[in-house]
Design a protein around this ligand. Sequence first.
Ligand SMILES: Cc1cc2nc3c(=O)[nH]c(=O)nc-3n(C[C@H](O)[C@H](O)[C@H](O)COP(=O)(O)OP(=O)(O)OC[C@H]3O[C@@H](n4cnc5c(N)ncnc54)[C@H](O)[C@@H]3O)c2cc1C
Length: 402
Amino acid sequence: MPTSKLVIAGGGPAGMMAGLLFARAGVEVIVLEKHGDFLRDFRGDTVHPSTIALFDELGLAEALLAREHDRVTDISATVGERSYRVADLSHLPVRHKFMMMMPQWHFLDFVRDEASRWPGFTLRMNCEVADIHQVDGRIGGVVLTGGEIVDADLVIAADGRGSTLQQASGLHRQNLGAPIDVFWFRVPKRRTPHNDTMGRFTPGTVIAMIDRGDYWQCAFVFAKGGAETIRGEGLDAFRQRVARAVPEIVADLGAVKDWDDVKLLSVSLDRLSRWHRPGLLVIGDAAHAMSPVGGVGINLAIQDAVAAANVLAAPMAQGRAVDDLLANVQARRMFPVRVIQRMQRAVHAGVLGPALNASAPMEAPFALRMLDGFPILQRIPARLVGLGVRREHIRSPETAKL
Ligand SMILES: Cc1cc2nc3c(=O)[nH]c(=O)nc-3n(C[C@H](O)[C@H](O)[C@H](O)COP(=O)(O)OP(=O)(O)OC[C@H]3O[C@@H](n4cnc5c(N)ncnc54)[C@H](O)[C@@H]3O)c2cc1C
């Protein structure tokens, strides 16, 4: 049967998931990843119920859940001395009513293992895409660093928020503005029976603490552009700020030995107004960088991959041209991206901004008090974050032979 050739730039969540789904549908797929492995600490490790449900639809949830992970069923925020429960995932209308905490490289190893079972799937590591390759006014492949041309009937740019292909193709990025940056660091802890992932708000300081079993993955949030000032005050002053906000980890803060242990995430919130050109589709962070609020980035990237495969995989497997269908993928995905980015901007302005600017003990924001006081309301953020909006389901066919 004639099939088209798909080249995917980037082996992150969007690119690997797209690779799996298109190969499963019988399309010849090459994923080009510039690194030699998936091990990049830290890129986030929240696998949401919407993503687990997709693997369930593929018959792969049990295999995924068999890999080492932790589970989160509720999320709290501590303001001053008091803890407020803000999201309860245990009522979600899906089989697996929890968030998996799994280092992203383990998750990507899993997707690679599953994708590699399909004969049409090829993953080329240490392959950096440097440019688009134009053929008769249309994008007909990519150029690798070193000059090799890889031809394609369709190129998917899943090369992250600094996307080389988006820039090379001239697609416009609209910056929505993010008023925060984040320092990520780890602090050892004792394993507890319950996952204690939480946010901690004190005047001038916001810290999200992701419970990773035997360590906290901490996100220290500060006003955009403030990294050099904080570094200039010295590591001791930084540790003291952390200790004031989370006194119970003070004894373990010695694990943060120098600034190499503290990674800066320059937060971006942006999206492309157009995600495609003839021969090219942009998905994942390359199409829309998200704020870390809600930990939705991986999951939105995966939903994009599923939508792309739903629209394009069957015709490509039959060798049909798909340029006219690319706009359908954007039309499907732009709405959820807009809604989630709007929610993130509201949290920046209404929760993080006031907390970072506060100089005296704060009262918990009204929304937190409402959520804690009326537990049924905790299902709303759980649904928005856990399942998103306009959730995708697997509609692309399984036509390849294993
Ligand atoms: C510090 C940090 C913490 C985060 N925390 C969370 C979280 O807790 N939960 C969450 O859901 N999201 C989180 N995110 C966001 C999440 O990691 C991204 O939204 C998600 O990984 C996007 O997936 P993607 O496949 O679109 O892009 P990426 O994950 O960025 O993958 C792009 C891939 O393309 C490769 N690449 C780039 N350029 C090229 C090129 N020219 N040629 C070939 N390959 C290339 C990269 O090496 C990478 O593997 C976090 C991000 C960061 C940076």
